[in-house]
Design a protein around this ligand. Structure first.
Ligand SMILES: Cc1ncc(COP(=O)(O)O)c(C=O)c1O
Length: 395
């Protein structure tokens, strides 16, 4: 009765989450140190602004007049956001989507037929596999090398391009390593894309959260034949429930036009984005500026506090994240015997803290992943406990 894909959609639980549920059932409070839900970590867009903006927007939407690319005012606001960062993208080359995840699906459908390949970073974040499964495409991977501070292994990337490769996906800032691709790397990847005639899908959902303030290098200015830049309000403004994202398309004019025509039809088939959220977008950008800067500053402080705790122990090594919300702890301890799954279970059992083992992210063994974007009191309480458990564990 069901498709082959459906048989892979059981969302099977794993030992770690079974243990978490067991502990919760016994009445223990589990602190989640990995959830990407920024609202749960104390980052919430101001209620009074949401009320004002949404109330004004709702008045604009009493009569339904959909635009298959998304409301022009919303696309102009996205275009202005890039203009402020020195990137020119015409509002006509922007498609509004209900978040970046669906934007990926649109791009995969636009670019790849069943069995075609999308070349993605490894480590990667778990959602990717499901989006690819639903889009019927195959994910292949290029390496981010821990020995080089998680830099992209460009030779490996190019060597893994096959006749079925249809796009190169770049995530910068990267989840979970926190790596931010440099301007030189972007230029090199753009050069590879041009030589192999491949588009780049550039996931920039953590663009506003660089640990060292500065401009994010973007493929949109790198000279690749076609670039799809994905972003949205879910991380940028801590508004995941607004379901407002976009694909901004740039590159060779003829190809951009062709891509936009097809994307418009994909979107027109569903018209999936809430009109009030679209009408509210210009004001969310405008009034959200100060909020965005405040979040970025708090996130920097959260990292500094996390780093202070990490520097007080030799239970693990880590690369300082350059952006995003996560840090990868290497718990190898030099002897190569540390079992990351058992370490995550010990931390859960003893400290009631949930962290992820690296294999959830297709990472080599001996890693734990933590979201450091937490309230200071949580960081101060959780990290000493967690690191003590790791220290004992390493022994
Ligand atoms: C790297 C990355 N890209 C995209 C997404 C999905 O973003 P959205 O909420 O806009 O669908 C996430 C969610 O955590 C993410 O980590």
């Amino acid at each position: 009765m069901f498709s082959d894909i459906a048989s892979k959609l059981h969302g099977e639980s794993n030992d770690l989450y079974r243990l978490r549920d067991e502990l919760r059932a016994r009445g223990h409070e589990i602190r989640d140190l990995i959830s990407g839900n920024i609202n749960e970590c104390g980052y919430v867009f101001p209620q009074n602004l949401i009320e004002e903006i949404m109330s004004r927007a709702s008045r604009e939407c009493r009569v339904y007049r959909p635009d298959s690319l998304g409301r022009l005012s919303a696309r102009e606001a996205v275009s202005d956001f890039y203009a402020a960062a020195g990137v020119t993208i015409d509002p006509g080359d922007i498609l509004i989507t209900p978040g970046s995840s669906l934007a990926y699906w649109y791009c995969f459908k636009l670019l790849a037929d069943a069995g075609d390949e999308i070349l993605c970073p490894r480590p990667s974040y778990p959602l990717f596999d499901y989006i690819a499964l639903l889009a019927g495409v195959k994910l292949t991977s290029y390496r981010m090398s821990e020995e080089n501070g998680w830099a992209i292994d460009l030779e490996y990337l190019e060597a893994n391009i096959t006749t079925r490769t249809r796009a190169i996906a770049l995530i910068s800032p990267h989840n979970p390593t926190g790596y931010v691709a440099s301007a030189e790397e972007i230029a090199a990847i753009s050069d590879i894309a041009r030589r192999h005639n491949l588009p780049i899908i550039s996931d920039e959902v953590f663009s506003e959260f660089l640990i060292e303030p500065g401009e994010l290098p973007r493929p949109a200015t790198g000279g690749a034949p076609l670039v799809f830049t994905l972003n949205g309000f879910s991380k940028m403004l801590a508004l995941p429930g607004m379901k407002f994202g976009w694909v901004a398309v740039s590159g060779d004019a003829g190809r951009v036009r062709q891509a936009m025509r097809a994307l418009e039809l994909i979107s027109d088939t569903f018209l999936p984005v809430n009109e009030i959220a679209q009408a509210a977008a210009p004001e969310f950008f405008q009034l959200g500026n100060a909020v965005r800067f405040e979040f970025a500053m708090r996130i920097r402080k959260a990292w500094l506090l996390t780093e202070k705790h990490l520097s007080e122990t030799n239970a693990c090594r880590y690369e300082k994240p350059r952006g995003g919300f996560h840090v990868v702890l290497n718990i190898d301890g030099g002897n190569g015997v540390c079992d990351e799954e058992k370490a995550a279970q010990s931390i859960l059992r003893e400290n009631h803290l949930l962290v992820h083992p690296g294999y959830f992210y297709d990472m080599d063994p001996h890693h734990l992943i933590i979201c450091f974007v937490q309230k200071p009191e949580i960081i101060n309480a959780a990290f000493p406990e967690l690191l003590k458990t790791l220290q004992n564990y390493a022994r």
